[in-house]
Design a protein around this ligand. Structure first.
Ligand code: IMP
Ligand code: MG
Length: 437
């Protein structure tokens, strides 16, 4: 038998993003050889605290500040200016850049951002409240097969001939909404040509590169952006993003076949949050919401918008666990629920007097459902030093009420818990499953 290696792990959000994935990607990146982004673009905001410095990345995978090899794979959409700025910022901090950018990733242009805003407005009640970074319009062009890829960007002749066509189409389209919009073709072309020159050294066929790396036993972290419920195929359409923000997106988004993907870790926040529009059955709008938002610092990394917050919804997370094939979960931000008593967890949805068997993916049905809750005792507030000290001592040192809350999640999801996070620092983590990678 020929032995196949797959020392790799995927970190995936189980809800609507912002579950605290960045911290664990960074945690695992320390042990990894390569960190890979496979979906989304600069709509994602990952906060990583590394060596006491807080990094807020939008596109750069979390291994960036650790000088690890990082890959932006074909499933991503790339705003070249944002990426070049992130590269420059890391260089200024004296960091070595070890980036590979997929030649088949798609490029975001200024007209995509304009269209993002205009399309959102015209969608009315069906608008998702996007980050307005041009993500949806760029993926639309990819599917329509007139998108411009990184390979085109770094080849000026190709860029010119493809951009001429696309520019004309987009200008006509934008002018339907806004007859005054006009940006000179040449200025876009010249600007993007120079981005292409600067990005060229990083561009390769990342699918071949990654498969070779996996076969040779390299340790790889697949870093999911956003969360499962925002995914285009298996999320709450149309109130989500335009990529597969789940583990199913890894294969198509990187060219790594699913049987080569090792462990899949689902990240769950101790409560739920959501940025932008769309239904949120367990949403809170009272003083408890304010307290959670405040204690969990729930403001968007990309747009600064206050996030909507609510009780933990294990009914939709069960669906996410299924879609992703999650091996074990990480629970984050338990400390942010301190001082709230009682706590609630949603475990079922009721529709017309009966309990649903699985999460109804259709928002028109979700709208009619009533979430059902279990109630739990809360835990006392502590200083961040006290939480750090508890993290050092391990699981048994956690407040009893918190242990009960965690055990309930484990039983309900029938899934092991790999780690627990009770503070923002890398060390404020309790590891229950050693040697994940
Ligand atoms: P888009 O990805 O900018 O098109 O936005 C589509 C929807 O996904 C909006 O509701 C956004 O608020 C949400 N979204 C996109 N990226 C993130 C993220 O990284 N965290 C949380 N929500 C996000
Ligand atoms: Mg985020």
């Amino acid at each position: 038998m020929i032995e196949k290696k797959n020392n790799n792990i995927a970190i995936i959000g189980m809800s609507w993003g912002d579950e605290g994935k960045g911290k664990f990607c960074d945690y695992l990146a320390q042990k990894a050889d390569i960190v890979v982004r496979f979906n989304g673009g600069n709509n994602a905001g990952h906060t990583v605290v590394s060596d006491g410095i807080k990094y807020k990345f939008k596109l750069m995978p979390s291994g960036g500040p650790l000088e690890k090899e990082v890959i932006i794979a074909n499933g991503c959409v790339v705003d070249p200016k944002v990426l070049l700025d992130e590269i420059e910022n890391l260089k200024k901090l004296g960091k070595k850049i070890n980036l590979k950018l997929s030649s088949t990733s798609h490029i975001i242009f200024p007209f995509h951002k304009v269209l993002d805003g205009l399309e959102e407005e015209s969608k009315g009640k069906y608008s998702a409240g996007t980050t307005k970074r041009g993500i949806g319009p760029t993926y639309s062009d990819k599917a329509a097969r007139w998108g411009i890829r990184t390979f085109d960007l770094i080849n000026p002749q190709l860029l010119k001939s493809k951009l001429e066509k696309l520019y004309k189409i987009k200008k006509d389209l934008i002018n339907l909404y806004d007859s005054h919009w006009d940006t000179d073709f040449n200025s876009i072309y010249e600007e993007y040509k120079s981005y292409g020159d600067r990005l060229k050294p990083y561009v390769i066929d990342t699918a071949y590169y990654l498969n070779k790396a996996i076969d040779s036993g390299k340790k790889i972290v697949f870093e999911g952006a956003q969360g499962t419920l925002l995914g285009i195929d298996h999320g709450m359409y149309p109130f989500g993003t335009s990529s597969n923000a789940n583990a199913l997106g890894i294969s198509a988004g990187t060219g790594v076949p699913s049987k080569k993907i090792g462990k899949i870790i689902g990240v769950i926040k101790a409560y739920t949050s959501r940025v932008g529009g769309g239904l949120f059955p367990t949403e809170l709008t009272n003083s408890i919401a304010e307290k959670i938002r405040d204690q969990g610092k729930e403001y968007g990394t990309v747009t600064g918008r206050p996030r909507r917050v609510g009780w933990l919804d294990l009914f939709n997370i069960k669906y996410s666990i299924m879609i992703n094939g999650v091996d074990s979960v990480i629970i984050t931000l338990l400390d942010a629920l301190e001082g709230i008593n009682p706590l609630k967890i949603c475990t079922a949805y009721e529709l017309e007097g009966r309990l649903l068997e699985s999460w109804p993916i259709q928002s028109e049905i979700i709208e009619q459902c009533k979430p059902l809750y279990n109630t739990f005792n809360g835990w006392e507030p502590k200083t961040s030093e006290e939480w750090s000290e508890i993290a050092k001592q391990g699981f048994n040192a956690l407040p009893l009420a918190m242990k009960t809350y965690i055990q309930f999640i484990k039983d309900e999801l029938q899934t092991d818990i790999a780690m627990i996070s009770i503070g923002p620092d890398r060390n404020d983590t309790i590891v229950l499953e050693e040697n994940l990678l």
